[in-house]
Write a protein that binds this ligand. Structure first.
Ligand code: NAD
Ligand code: IPM
Ligand code: MN
Length: 367
């Protein structure tokens, strides 16, 4: 049996708490399904600045490169504001260094979370969309300048960068409901006009079976609240995707619910909840671990190709939500560790129930 090496990057604030949650759930799934996972932990973000002066130490990067998949909690916090190095540099640095140009952020409203959305149930019922966010280009990575009188962040996109992430979105749509909404600001930005032309060309040449629409980002921000069910795959550039995904987290009701997969053309991918270090609740066992646990499921699915384990983890999260157990962000009284134990419990119950059932079926069949 081969061993999968997983590097854990807890980072800062609630990043530590939710990484512990994800690790325990992955370990439990591995034990049940007989997969060999080997965990190691490395520094990133503020914790790495404190220990080494660098937000992304070479040792961390080397460990990730040698791994099968990496998992990140969150980075940042007020402690490092105004310092010469920022924790966020560590996260941006690792995404760039590993070539993780596509960030998949699924948003689902299940029956279990329906009542917890700040929006009306008739608006959010059945929402199931996937944000495909470009992750290594745009204003995040362009030249930055600042003097006493002005500052600038250059927004650059190359044709090749747009093509490769567009293909990820079209491929995903083919496995879903077959519909891509490409979101840009083509009425103002030159990068967006190149984005739109390039997405159109790839669509016409390679994915005529997928339906494609374009939407301006301001309208998309409105439609996500007005008619969220209209979206299947939402493809967009780095900064628009960052903002729209936090907005979309309010469809199910909390930013603590969304997981993500950051993927490139090679392994390892980086699996990360979309939320930050949540300094206002850090260290108090209050964080919702669902986004991290669902990121762990994505690690199994996309990082290790373990579909069964990924499905089982996702089902266990839904099961716990169905039983009415929620953390404080959704008005519940459950702790981060309590939710984690409940998910592990649901995971193992479902596993043994299915084994028992198949043994019974086997006996019935063979007498
Ligand atoms: P945040 O996502 O950390 O928190 C926003 C709000 O959501 C807070 O009220 C917080 O309590 C709540 N929240 C976040 N995660 C939660 C969870 N799992 N359960 C329950 N509630 C949760 O955003 P912010 O406060 O704007 O940023 C704080 C720091 O995190 C900043 O330094 C920022 O740069 C960093 N950040 C990091 C990441 C990342 O590492 N991927 C993402 C976003 C922000
Ligand atoms: C996210 C975060 C990061 C981003 C920050 C912390 C660099 O907000 O993962 O969504 O903007 O990409
Ligand atoms: Mn963000």
């Amino acid at each position: 049996m081969s061993t999968f090496r997983i590097v854990l990057l807890p980072g800062d604030g609630v990043g530590r708490e939710v990484t512990t949650a994800a690790k325990h759930v992955m370990a439990a799934a591995a034990e049940l399904f007989d997969v060999d996972l080997e965990f190691s932990e490395e520094l990133i973000g503020g914790a790495a600045i404190d220990a080494t002066g660098e937000p992304l130490p070479q040792r961390t990067l080397d460990a990730c490169i040698a791994s099968d998949a990496a998992f990140l909690g969150a980075v940042g916090g007020p402690k490092w504001d105004g310092g010469t190095r920022r924790p966020e540099e560590g996260l941006l640095g690792i995404r760039k260094a590993l070539g993780l140009f596509a960030n998949l952020r699924p948003v689902k409203v299940t029956e279990a979370t329906l009542a917890h959305s700040p929006l009306k149930p008739q608006i959010v019922k059945g929402v199931d969309l996937l944000i495909v966010r470009e992750l290594t280009g745009g204003a995040y990575f362009g030249e930055k300048k600042r003097d006493a009188k002005a500052a600038s962040d250059l927004c650059v996109y190359t044709v090749a960068e747009i093509e490769r992430v567009a293909r990820i979105a079209f491929d995903a749509a083919q496995k879903r409901r077959g519909y891509v909404t490409s979101v840009d600001k083509a009425n103002v930005m030159e990068t967006s006009r190149l984005w739109r032309d390039t997405v159109n060309r790839i669509h016409k040449a390679e994915y005529p079976d997928v339906a494609l629409d374009h939407m301006l980002v301001d309208t998309a921000a409105m439609r996500l609240i007005q008619k969220p069910r209209d979206f299947d795959v939402l493809l967009t550039e780095n900064m628009f995707g960052d903002i729209l995904s936090d907005e979309a987290s309010m469809l199910p009701g909390s930013i603590g619910l969304l997981g993500s997969a950051s993927l490139g053309t090679r392994q390892p991918g980086l699996f990360e909840p979309i939320h930050g270090s949540a300094p206002d609740i850090a260290g108090r066992d209050l964080a919702n671990p669902a986004g991290a646990i669902l990121s762990a499921a994505m690690l199994m699915r996309y990082g290790l190709d373990r579909t069964q384990e990924a499905d089982a983890i996702e089902n266990a999260v839904t099961q716990v939500q169905k039983s009415g157990r929620f953390t404080a962000d959704l008005g519940g009284a459950e702790t981060c560790s309590g939710m984690t134990h409940a998910v592990i419990d649901a995971l193992s119950r479902a596993f043994w129930a299915s084994r028992h059932y198949s043994v019974q079926q086997h006996q019935m069949h063979w007498g």
